[in-house]
Design a protein around this ligand. Structure first.
Ligand code: BG6
Length: 490
């Protein structure tokens, strides 16, 4: 029998984001971020993401008046801020080669527009990176993952303001300089495309602050600023850290035509372009013609400064990273068709696929399809930086957690990933499972939507001991990493 394993040096690991895992929202000189003001959704409706995540100025006013953590779950996260040594030790026990994490901008520049960085915040990440490096774990750092300081929303209207590009440049310079000997792999913005689905957490935008301006205009202007900032950050990173690699990060939404009716195929193609347009921009260094057509047809006019086009062209990304959780279907007419929830979207339900506890359709072959599509399109190394199963876990009386369902999910996705690498010739640098330790969900703000190999004893209201417990999948993943995938075929 032929032995199947991943390429030598494949970077296995896990991923988190500061706003969902750290807690310590007011400690160490940290400023308040947009995520610290995002309210718990007590009545989760996974089919109505828009409604669930609608944020108004009034909501922010209310949030800023209280120190409550139970209704603002990202304020407590999983207490990584205090447990990071223990957590990284557990990642090392699993054999992680890489740990993807984000730096909370508001820990470094509490208000975003400060002239001096917060030394205590910088020191915290020094400690975190040192802890990783002690175990031979490579940090992969996202510069911005839903963490703009709230001051930028209140005083500048978030990423709509050109000034924020300058603030981000200062932030990028500061962190690249400080961590130049510790961090080689960087991502600029997590899911830059999510500006369109949740403009508040991604861009610090609140609709009621833009009377008289088309909302789509606001969103794309803010996105343009992030594209420019991303190119500037790539330049800075390359100049300060020779040999560093900077990636874009895309939400890989994969759509299948519901039927072979040409209208459905066309609709699926259009939907796919709706997700590719952002990575096309960051890889090719310019807006693709079909996105320019969309701007034109929707009356969107992007205000550019001289030099924007050049910096975008001169500093495209070095690799393409993406999140992949589910796929969905597209149909030209949705009448009488069932709807399925997905990663901050809804789509037509695929009758051939099972769904997670939160209604996301589980599709391992879709991962292979996504990898092939992205690689054929860009001919650039890929990095899967998010994938996993949000599920309800139960601690048994003997204190163990038997998450066989999670093992099954990973098992089929890993095999599919290897098929793409081995049979389809895709170059993939590594894989970091999302929420390798339980953390607060982005879309629902629930703690009970768990992704981790490590259980954190904390409920949806932040109550619990925050004790860490390795789940069954913890030991399984350790075996996979140790054998570089061979264990999957035992
Ligand atoms: C990704 C985000 O799109 O999806 C993460 O980058 C998020 O921040 C993840 O947590 C899973 O989504 P959710 O809503 O289940 O937390």
């Amino acid at each position: 029998m032929v032995t199947r394993r991943f390429p030598e040096g494949f970077l296995w690991g896990g991923a988190t984001a500061a706003n969902q895992v750290e807690g310590g929202w007011k400690e160490g000189g940290k400023g308040i971020s947009v995520s610290d003001c995002a309210h718990h959704n007590l009545d989760v409706d996974v089919q109505n993401f828009k409604k669930q995540n609608a944020i108004t100025s009034k909501d922010i006013e209310t949030a800023l008046k209280t120190d409550d953590e139970s209704l603002y779950p990202k304020r407590h996260g999983s207490h990584f801020y205090h447990h990071y040594k223990e957590d990284i030790k557990m990642f090392a026990q699993m054999g992680f080669k890489v740990y993807r994490l984000s730096i909370a901008w508001s820990r470094i520049f509490p208000n975003g527009d400060d002239t001096q960085p917060n030394e205590e915040g910088l020191k915290f990440y020094d400690n975190v990176f040192d802890e990783c490096l002690k175990y031979g774990i490579e940090p992969l750092v996202t510069m911005s993952h839903y963490e703009p300081p709230i001051n930028l929303t209140l005083n500048y209207n978030g990423w709509y303001s050109r000034e924020v590009v300058g603030f981000f440049e200062t932030y990028a310079k500061t962190i690249c300089t400080r961590y130049k000997d510790k961090v080689k792999y960087w991502l600029t913005f997590n899911e830059i495309d999510s500006m369109i689905r949740h403009p508040y957490t991604t861009g610090g935008l609140i609709e009621d602050r833009f009377p008289g301006i088309e909302w789509e205009q606001v969103i794309f202007q803010a996105m343009h600023h992030q594209f420019v900032a991303s190119a500037i950050a790539t330049k800075i990173c390359h100049e300060i850290i020779p040999g560093s690699m900077v990636g874009c990060m895309l939400t890989k939404l994969t759509y299948y035509p519901y039927t072979c009716k040409p209208e459905d195929v066309l609709k699926a193609q259009q939907d796919m372009r709706g997700t590719y347009c952002y990575s096309d921009t960051q890889v090719f260094g310019e807006y693709p013609s079909y996105l320019l057509s969309r701007f034109k047809n929707h009356g969107v006019i992007i205000k550019k400064e001289s030099g924007d086009d050049k910096v975008m062209k001169d500093y495209p990304v070095d690799f393409v990273s993406f999140s992949y959780y589910m796929s969905s279907c597209s149909a030209s007419s949705t009448e009488d068709l069932d709807v399925a929830a997905g990663n901050t979207i809804t789509g037509i339900k695929n009758p051939y696929l099972p769904s997670s506890d939160w209604g996301w359709q589980i599709d391992p072959i879709g991962l292979r399809i996504s990898m092939v599509d992205l690689y054929d399109r860009y001919r650039m190394p890929l990095f899967i930086v998010e994938n996993g199963l949000g599920a309800k876990d139960e601690v048994k009386e003997d204190g163990t957690i038997d998450d066989e369902y999670r093992i099954n999910y990973f098992d089929v996705h890993f095999k599919s990933m290897l098929d793409a690498i081995e049979y389809d010739g895709v170059e993939c640098l590594g894989y970091t499972s999302w929420g390798c330790i339980d953390l607060v969900s982005e879309s629902t703000k629930q703690m009970s939507k768990r992704y981790g190999f490590i259980y954190v004893d904390c409920d949806d209201y932040g109550k619990g001991t925050y004790t860490r417990i390795p789940k069954k999948s913890f030991y399984w993943y350790k075996n996979v990493i140790e054998s570089n995938g061979e264990y999957l075929f035992k």
